[in-house]
Design a protein around this ligand. Sequence first.
Ligand SMILES: [Zn+2]
Length: 347
Amino acid sequence: MTKKIGIIADSQFYDHRALIPVAECPERLRRIYFNIRKPEFQNFLRFYPPRSATMEELLAIHSSFYMEQLRIHCVGKSQFAYDKDTYLMEDSFYTAGLAVGGCLTLADALLADEIDYGFALVRPPGHHAEAGRGMGFCIFNNIAATAAYLRDHYGLERILVFDFDAHHCNGTQEIFYGDDRVLVFSIHQANLFPSWSGLVGEVGAGRGTGYNINIPVYPAFGDTEYNCLLGKVLQEVICQYRPQIMLVSAGFDGHIHDTISRLCLSTEWYASVTRTLKHYCREYSANKLIYVLEGGYNLQYLEESVTAVLKAMAESVDDKIGYPFSPRAHELIRNELVPALGFKWAL
Ligand SMILES: [Zn+2]
């Protein structure tokens, strides 16, 4: 049976824009929105209007000092005065709040069983935004706010955030570093932005120890290496953690044609990882899955990959999912992941 997929897509997300050409631009969404309005998508997509996040919902993950800084810089003279990448203008605060609120709208719809899965097609992205500062195009941390909302309002105690963006989710990691109720699992290109975070040894602190998992991979890793790593490591972790919901920071900048990284993932990989995650969700979890858009800067392949994901989401769940063997991936597991995480997870 075709699955029902909740979508957040709203032209108000175009209102945050730089005056000079930048990679993180409204066109990223415009092309996707145009495509998903075609008749072939209408029998399985369900569109929800986003709401604005409340100040309480933002303060659950960000500091009031940062809120104040944002307010000042949004009306400042230069768009790039706050950060060299993270431009701010008059509409930025509202638009970023709407991106968070859109994710929460989707979370409510999923927990009310109105939809099978969700994809928040929002911008600006969020996974680099820390409690006290924005960076890397990210203003509010959309996925972290969603996890905090599910934890605080629905009382969920095992939330898995899986991030396959090419960059490390330093913000999401920082916000939940001491929390075992949100397990942050990231696979990303090593030493890409931000170069100071995303190491294997960053495993969490206090009661969160063991609940932060980083897999920094070498440039040129592609479909086979990723599938081997996820088949072995992510599957084991999900099996043992038994998350009540899985939130996916879906960044498409690891695509072979996206020049911001040197990863070699194909469009088909984004579809296949979606099938895999759906299978894991059904087998080892409460079958709840939401994607939130992060990066992806090659407009053509971003659109193509998002479309592939939506079509894979709509399919019925595969009963069997295998994974290939990759010597390079196995070496990484044996030499780096097991020594760092073996105390917590049987890998
Ligand atoms: Zn990225």
